[in-house]
Design a binder for this molecule. Structure first.
Ligand SMILES: NC(=O)c1ccc[n+]([C@@H]2O[C@H](COP(=O)([O-])OP(=O)(O)OC[C@H]3O[C@@H](n4cnc5c(N)ncnc54)[C@H](OP(=O)(O)O)[C@@H]3O)[C@@H](O)[C@H]2O)c1
Length: 335
């Protein structure tokens, strides 16, 4: 009997301690459903938050880890029409770190042809988040400067490329000088280095133009530097907390510059705006990817049984996503 490997957890905790690889019976698609075979799944900071029990939305336990992946239709249940075998689709979000899952054909999110597996697997969360951060929270004029930290993160790479497409200029903070050249090659306008005191040169960096939006996924000192760099009336949007400390704020900057602090969560945005609105954004993302205008780097792909290596690698300094893929060679062929 064929099995499906899955990476599961029965309790919340450190992913390296609580996750385990299990063999499950192959799921069979019922009436109106299809079976999807995993091609590649992302290893995201939020996956660890869900496993640890600290994320904003948790699964009932036991659960399969992971939430973002690309799959292909591998078997079709009774009564399903208009879906071809091999069609690439988003893998069901509730448990993306497993080889096979079934879902109703009517709920399939199709992925157009012409997008490499490693790119398509990363297209459903980080790029739409970057798009919303740039387009849905403020009315930025063309040519406006946008500041971000974690410029080499997947969201950061999206912000750099989408800002270029949408007519904004970016200042990206990173922790290593070696990242400047690859980020500039993607279209970054300015790259600055954490802890270098760059915020004191903000007027030089923007040539005196205002800085109205800062995107913070780090927290700590980096978030404080953003507040110091923002112009009067500017907004800082926090959407991640990689240093895992509460964001503090400098009282003087808040009072004398009348700054705004707010948050953003893609899951809430989807809930509030509905599936049509989110699919419209993901559709644009796929179009940009097909046209080669949005590329998301791959660091390394690991087979399912090397999930511990994948998790350790995800915590290391890198440029590009760590993916889990039952057949990593297939990704390499499409690179
Ligand atoms: N709110 C939302 O809707 C939403 C949606 C998507 C993502 N996010 C958040 O956005 C952030 C980035 O996600 P991603 O998938 O793009 O991440 P990623 O590709 O895995 O990259 C992680 C980034 O975090 C940086 N980092 C790690 N530890 C750090 C620390 N202690 N101090 C400063 N920087 C640190 C890394 O820099 P180094 O290379 O220097 O280590 C890297 O730039 C995460 O916090 C994620 O949860 C939020």
């Amino acid at each position: 009997m064929q099995h499906s490997q899955a990476i599961v957890y029965h309790r919340h905790g450190d992913p390296l301690e609580v996750l385990e690889l299990v063999d499950r019976p192959m799921p069979e698609p019922g009436t109106g459903a299809v079976r999807i075979k995993l091609l590649a799944a992302c290893v995201h900071p939020s996956d660890f938050g869900k496993v640890a029990g600290s994320y904003g939305r948790l699964e009932h336990l036991p659960a399969v880890a992971g939430r973002e992946a690309l799959g292909e239709v591998e078997a079709i249940g009774a009564g399903v029409t208009g879906v071809a075998l091999g069609t690439r689709v988003r893998f069901p979000e509730a448990g993306a770190w497993q080889e096979y899952a079934c879902c109703q054909a009517a709920a399939l999110e199709l992925v157009p042809e012409g997008i490499a597996i490693a790119n398509a697997a990363q297209s459903f969360i980080n790029p739409p988040t970057a798009y919303c951060l740039l387009e849905k929270l403020m009315d930025l004029p063309k040519g406006a400067w946008v500041l971000q930290n974690a410029g080499n993160s997947a969201v950061g790479l999206c912000i750099i490329q989408l800002a270029k497409e949408l007519g904004y200029r970016t200042i990206s903070e990173v922790r290593r000088e070696s990242l400047e050249a690859p980020l500039k090659a993607l279209g970054a306008d300015k790259v600055v280095f954490s802890g270098s005191g760059w915020h004191r040169q903000i007027e030089e960096i923007t040539a005196g133009a205002p800085l109205a939006l800062a995107l913070n996924s780090v927290g700590g000192e980096s978030a404080l530097d953003q507040l110091r760099a923002l112009s009067a009336g500017g907004t800082q949007v926090t959407f991640g907390g990689m240093v895992r400390q509460p964001v503090r704020f400098p009282t003087r900057e808040l009072i004398f510059k009348d700054l705004r602090l707010r948050g953003f969560w893609w899951d809430s945005w989807v809930r509030e705006n509905g599936p049509n609105a989110s699919r419209e954004i993901v559709g644009r993302i796929h179009q940009w990817m097909r046209e080669g205008r949005l590329q998301l780097a791959l660091d390394q792909a690991y087979p399912m049984d090397q999930y511990k290596e994948a998790i350790s690698r995800a915590a290391a300094p890198r440029l590009g996503k760590v993916l889990l893929a039952p057949d990593p060679k297939r990704l390499a062929e499409e690179a």
